[in-house]
Structures are given as C-alpha cells and as structure tokens.
Design a protein around this ligand. Structure first.
Ligand code: GLP
Length: 240
C-alpha cells in the first residue's frame, strides 16, 4: 500500500481528484467506483470544478456506488442516492443512466444484490475505486466480524456505525439499521483503489492499515492484499 500524507483535507482532496482526472484522461470510458460519507466530498468538489473548466469529461463514464442504506426511499434526503446526486452527479456531464447506486427501496433486497453484481460484471468491473474508512475500520458497509462477505449483500450496521452516521439524521433512531453493500471481493476486484482518511477520529483505523496484520475485525486491512492501493490521509489521521 502506497501512503501519501497530506498537510490537510484540502490537499488530500486535490490529490485524490488529480488521480481521478488522470484516470479519465487515460480512459475516458472508465468505470468509477464511488463512495459516500463526508470524506470524498472535497474530492467531488474538485472534480466538479475540473469538469466545469473542461479539463475532464464524464460523458462516457459509468459509476457504481459502494452501498446504500436499507430500507430507505431514494428521495430521502439522507439516502446515498440523494447524496450522490447532490454532491456530484447533478453538477457534472454524466449520463444518469450510467450511474448505479444499490436500490434501498426494493422489496427484494437479495435479488437487488444479485442484480447489482451482475451489472458490475457486465460493465467490466471497476477501474478506479475511491473508499473512505469507518472509525471501526469498515469499508463500504463491511463491518468488523469473524467472517466477511465476498459479494453484494444485505448487512446489519454496528452500533458504532449507526452512532457515527447519526450526525446526518435527526437522531440515531432514524438511522436505518441495515444496508446493501458491495462485499470485499467486489471491492477488491477494482483495478486501482484510492483510500481516503482524514481527522483524528480515523487515527486508530489508519494505524491498523500501517502494520503488517490482516484481520476481519478491521475489514480495511484486507486491502493490504490488493496490488494497487494508495492511502491518502492527513496528518491527524496518520497520527503526526
Ligand atoms: C459510511 C459509508 C462508508 C464511509 C464511512 C465513513 O458508513 N458506508 O463508505 O467510508 O461511512 O464516513 P465519513 O467519510 O463520513 O467518515
């Protein structure tokens, strides 16, 4: 895992956006793996500016998001579907038909998971994936456990994640208790991964990435098995 330590969040976001821009220059019809949460927002802002300036073009890009709460209506202000539209899609020249977010309002979540994996495979797999990291080391919604799942599945959220994400809802009771998430193999099959972490609250999770141990109790440590991961973090997350 390559590690880039930045002075601050702004520098991290700019560097991450540069990697995405380079990807689109090299392959305009890239399949991008996208993430939600507060961490990638700065990178998305940079990408929007580059798109407005005509430096990058999303017209041939396809995107797949990592996860979505379950159950949740797509028009809920806290759904990841809404998040992506507000923070990226509505500001860039992407064809909305080329964007994919798991459907949190389906009645048949198992079928949705299978369908999502099929769409991902049919598109040819993710070229470049951005990831945030949970305070407990989760990626997407793959929560710490004795065993992790390979492919897109329905999962229960841990109390730590519900509490961490409660800041976006009126209260912790309003946070959905489940999610549809890509699994570890779906994520690890991306050709290249950019993992972003900022703030002192991510220090413990980042520390686990920097030692030599791989454990399902910190799902992000499985990324050490991937040949092309870059961790971009600020000094607070790195612990200096
Ligand atoms: C959520 C998302 C993850 C994200 C994590 C961290 O639980 N499912 O994809 O990485 O939160 O969020 P934040 O970036 O807001 O700290």
């Amino acid at each position: 895992m390559k590690v880039i330590i930045c002075e601050n969040y702004e520098e991290m976001s700019a560097k991450a956006a540069d990697i995405f821009a380079a990807q689109l220059t090299l392959k305009p019809d890239s399949i991008l793996g996208l993430a939600t949460g507060s961490t990638p927002v700065g990178m998305y802002k940079n990408l929007i500016k580059m798109n407005e300036a005509g430096k990058i073009d999303f017209s041939a890009v396809k995107t797949f998001n990592l996860d979505e709460y379950y159950p949740i209506k797509r028009d809920n202000s806290q759904s990841y579907f809404t998040f992506m539209n507000e923070n990226l899609f509505s500001h860039i020249n992407i064809d909305m038909a080329n964007t994919h977010v798991p459907n949190g309002e389906t009645d048949d979540a198992e079928a949705e998971c299978k369908e999502y994996e099929k769409k991902l495979a049919a598109a040819g797999g993710v070229d470049l994936q951005v990831l945030g990291i949970g305070q407990n080391g989760h990626i997407a919604f793959n929560e710490p456990d004795d065993a992790l799942f390979s492919y897109t599945h329905v999962t229960d959220l841990t109390e730590s994640t519900i509490n961490a994400n409660a800041r976006f809802f009126d209260s912790a009771d309003d946070v959905p208790t489940q999610a549809i998430t890509m699994g570890m193999a779906s994520i690890m099959s991306a050709k290249k991964i950019v993992l972003l972490a900022n703030g002192a609250n991510k220090k413990d999770a980042v520390k686990e990435l920097l030692n030599d141990k791989i454990t399902t109790s910190v799902p992000a440590t499985l990324l050490k098995l991937h040949p092309d991961v870059v961790l971009i973090c600020d000094k607070d997350a790195y612990g200096i």
